[in-house]
Design a protein around this ligand. Sequence first.
Ligand code: PEP
Ligand code: MN
Length: 361
Amino acid sequence: MIRAEEPTKQDQPSIKKSLITVFGPCSAESREQVLEVATQIAQYFPETILRAGIWKPRTRPGSFEGAGSEALDWMLEAREQTGLRICTEVATPAHVEAVLQKGFDMVWIGARTTVNPFLVQELAEALRGSNIPVMVKNPINPDLGLWIGAIERFQAAGIQKISAIHRGFQSFETEAYRYSPRWDLVIDFKSRMPSIPVLCDASHISGDRNLLAEVAQKALDLDYHGLMIETHPNPDEALSDAKQQISPAALEAMVRNLVLRTAGTDDAAFGRALAELRYRVDAADDLILQGLITRQRLIEQIGSYKKEHDVMILQLQRWEEILKRQMENGADGGLDTIFVKRLYELIHEESIRIQTGLFNS
Ligand code: PEP
Ligand code: MN
């Protein structure tokens, strides 16, 4: 990603001026830390929005819970000194009142708040009448309805500038990332809420500074509107989320290496090759669907047969064999086994649903 004032490499498109960046520490820890990080960020990214958690939602009591209200003035001072716009997380109406009174530029709603419609409604009421932009993180559990519902509550309260932050979802699978990105869900979100810009919080998804670049690149490839990344002057010393924070200098190097691909090009040969590949993708999709239709017909036959012979629908051993076989097949062909497992769980769920329908008919 190339900053506007830097010379751009010939073969790389320059950074979209409209790309939104929100950089800053996980938590505001002290006045010195906030001013230091803000100064460094402003040096590399003068257009960015400075973030810092003032009240921190922690899983267990006893961890650092943020500096609280006194950090509001540190953020104001940072804005004064650097010209960066400032934002923080609000989780209660009292937080909203405090940031509105201090004149913050933006707020975000945390993942643990988006899960709770009562609380979201209270925040929406507290924000009513203000024209502060609101960024809504996805709920911690993979439930698109809750995310969309929260955004609708802010819209209904008259908030005009709303964006969404994809911060990953809790998952019980073991994965390289701290929170599963579930890019598929966000693609779905984007088609259901096309007017809402989506930012990627690469820090909470990856949970590890070494994985930030690949997550951020993926987000840009999927045409996200911006990035939220936690940055700290001494990441290893951070009082929260130390592993995933990165110094402003390292962030600058990482961001510089991100590639912004264009949505299209005038090159006719490229256009033809892309159309050809898309045609083949469509044909592959048709085959997948045809396979599913054939499978469903067979499941219906099996269901009727089991019913006639009073055999139980769920045959656990058979299901385990199917799953194992297809995960192996998939792995042989280079498919991600977690993806194959998820796909087959869905297919199996549907086949149980169909057979249950037959049994009850
Ligand atoms: C944060 O941004 O520091 C934070 C607490 O995020 P989330 O709500 O995504 O956990
Ligand atoms: Mn954090």
